[in-house]
Design a protein around this ligand. Structure first.
Ligand code: UTP
Length: 300
């Protein structure tokens, strides 16, 4: 069956252990770390909603209560803000619960991203769906989901977002070999490798944390043996979709993303996201820029 058309549902896996960000992530999910004054996950949900998503399924693990609370109403806080006359903040806080229909499923044991996505089978049903990694921030000024949704409507199957990275970093990502299509912004994926060993990568195109996936992925995930790192790898199931016929939900294309993107699960990239987003804000940017300039000049 071929699945084309409007994408309404997003799956956001947030059940990882966040070991690269310990000890901050011992009791707090990395997706709740603040980027200026919002948790990282709020940017991700806002990005999905801006692209037309109205239904979000979080795949959660232990310690995710704060995330569920963040997207719920907070009556006593809202009352206190109203009593203090902070009406703007009150509505900002209450609207978080109405961004989209929010659903939660537990992963239990974090056995890998592919395993996390397989938890969404019942909820997703038979339509193509989006997957957004909760620790991957895409700058709102350079969104990629609309282009991916348009590519899915045109080509069907599944759509990845790829980003060129320096050759000495490709081993940190899933990597794609591609061929051009008649559309200069879209490529066809011919091979996918999760975190290729140094010197073996088929390209310098890295898979970033935005996907549009055909539901044919679920039966592939069910039968998938653990891959790299002993985890059930989403990349391995996506690789199997490449050569499947379009009538069965096969075919993988990709949009090459040229905007700004941060991995907030990585300390250095997280710091860059905070500085970059703060510099872009009218309320903080000018003062932060002046301070940074003096600081880097050794004047502070
Ligand atoms: P990562 O590999 O970046 O997450 O997975 P991690 O395992 O938490 O990271 P480190 O290496 O230990 O620091 C990418 C996304 O997939 C989710 C993570 O929460 C993150 O958003 N994930 C990963 C799951 O939901 N379940 C898993 O089993 C693995």
């Amino acid at each position: 069956m071929s699945n084309r058309g409007t994408i309404h549902k997003a799956v956001i896996p947030v059940a990882g252990l966040g070991t690269r960000f310990l000890p901050a992530t011992k009791a707090t999910p990395k997706e709740m770390l603040p980027v200026v004054d919002k948790p990282a996950i709020q940017y991700v949900v806002e990005e999905a909603v801006a692209a037309g998503i109205n239904d979000v399924l979080f795949v959660t693990g232990r310690n995710k209560d704060s995330l569920e609370n963040h997207f719920d109403r907070a009556p006593s806080l809202e009352r206190t803000l109203a009593e203090r006359g902070a009406f703007e903040m009150q509505s900002e806080i209450s609207e978080l619960a109405d961004l989209a229909a929010m659903h939660y499923v537990r992963q239990g044991v974090p056995m890998g991203l592919g395993h996390a996505v397989s938890m969404a089978k019942e909820h997703v049903g038979n339509q193509a769906f989006a997957v957004l990694l909760g620790d991957d921030l895409v700058d709102a000024k350079t969104p990629v989901l609309p282009d991916m949704f348009a590519a899915q409507a045109k080509f069907g199957g599944s759509i990845l977002a790829l980003m060129e990275v320096p050759e000495d970093q490709i081993h940190l990502y899933g990597c794609a070999a591609v061929v051009p299509t008649d559309n200069p912004d879209i490529v066809r994926v011919t091979e996918l490798v999760e975190k290729p060993a140094a010197g073996t990568a088929p390209s310098n195109l890295a898979v970033i944390g935005r996907y549009v996936i055909d539901p044919a992925i679920f039966s592939l995930l069910e039968n998938l043996a653990p891959g790299r790192g002993g985890e059930i790898q989403l990349t391995d199931a996506l690789a199997s979709l490449i050569d499947m016929p379009a009538e069965s939900g096969g075919g993988v294309h990709a949009v090459v993303f040229r905007g700004k993107r941060y991995d907030t699960g990585d300390k250095l990239s997280y710091l860059k996201s905070v500085v970059s987003i703060a510099l872009d804000r009218d309320d903080l940017g000018p003062d932060l820029r002046a301070w940074l300039t003096s600081y880097l000049a050794g004047k502070i």
